[in-house]
Design a binder for this molecule. Sequence first.
Ligand code: NAD
Length: 437
Amino acid sequence: MHKIAVVGTGYVGLVGGAGLADFGNHVVCVDRIEEKIEQLRRGEIPFYEPGLSDVVLRNVREGRLSFTTDLGTAVRENDVVFCAVGTPEGEEGRVDLSQVDAVAREIGTHMDGYRVIVQKSTVPVGTARRLRKIIEETQSTPVEFDVVSNPEFLREGSAVEDFMRPDRVVVGADSERAMEIMRGIYAPLYINRTPIVETTPESAELIKYASNAFLATKISFINEVANVCENVGADVQVVSYAMGLDKRIGPKFLHAGAGYGGSCFPKDTKALVHIAREAGAEARIVDAAVGVNREQKERMVTKVVKACGGDVSGKTIGLLGLAFKPNTDDMRYAASIVLAEGLRDKGAAIKAFDPVAAENARELMPFIEYVDDAYDAAEGVDALVLVTEWNEFRQLDFDRLKNAMASPVVIDCRNVYDPDEFESRGFSYEGVGRGRP
Ligand code: NAD
């Protein structure tokens, strides 16, 4: 059993903190936002993540998980300090490390004995060494410590399952003492024979960026193929299905759509391009994937305008789903933002329904009329656009939708619906990459 402080109680910190407590460790989760900590102390989860509430409440009840805003005490009272604060995009694709640096300075100030500092946030190669320097410079008591890189691979929407049963764990450490402590923390995963990659901090840091950039590239690749499909009269759904049957390719992340969003792929791809450039290397494929993705999001605007006869000015467009993907309320870099803003700029009014992300979306896009369900979003609209493929949008009463709409035009940005079925019901249907011979 280790005594752990997890700094940053967002998607990664809270899921990770609760998960580490579930592994049998004693964990205190720290955040600078008092309201968040108060909510957690009341047993409320500050964001939407399926299954998280159960793990948090169970570990609180069993005395292994608590919450605080007091980072200093957390550093003094625990042996291991995980850092899971935000690393947003800075200028020119550079990673903004201000939150990480601030935490390192505080850790240095309060450290009064050997500590392992574990970097869970996604940070550029070389950050572990940089943090060592910051901590050394701010230490009030000169004590030994180690900095470990332990990047996180969980996905929002299935974060709890991903943390508890990961494909692999990556630990980058320079010291055997720190590595041994990490083995103890992840003991249940060692017992489960989860592959654990023990490496240097530099390799660990790069593994995270390279993995995310590869997945993002796979998405941009199939989106590019989808665009070719539209021009040559092929159907990307069949093309990607057949490609995915090849075990070397695999079916995952091979779905054409509105482009990737979320808190990771957009910033991590740009960061890798920047990291490579700074190091005198190049990441040209990733750079291209970033460009393809930007254009793919913009293409959705063009698609809707075209489906509306070339002009959306004065028209009303309904959006189904706003979150960057289903099962989350995260709106960061969501494709819906480019689409809604693009249509607004062309004079359209927007109505939208999302099962959980409406509250977050409202802050970003106050110009949208937020409604209570899919049928409301279809009421009187000139076109209905499926933006986020929540399961509840797969089985709607499509005749009821059609009757509610001013004109039966559907744009399916996620290729969820069957074009033939929609057309036989009298809709005009447009998907992504579903060309016809
Ligand atoms: P988030 O924005 O949801 O949470 C970050 C939290 O850190 C916030 O609650 C913020 O208040 C807190 N914080 C910032 N500075 C602090 C300080 N000085 N003291 C205490 N708390 C502080 O971020 P997230 O989505 O959980 O991502 C965290 C990191 O993990 C990022 O580097 C991200 O790239 C990486 N990551 C995210 C995911 C994901 O799916 N969200 C997956 C893998 C890795």
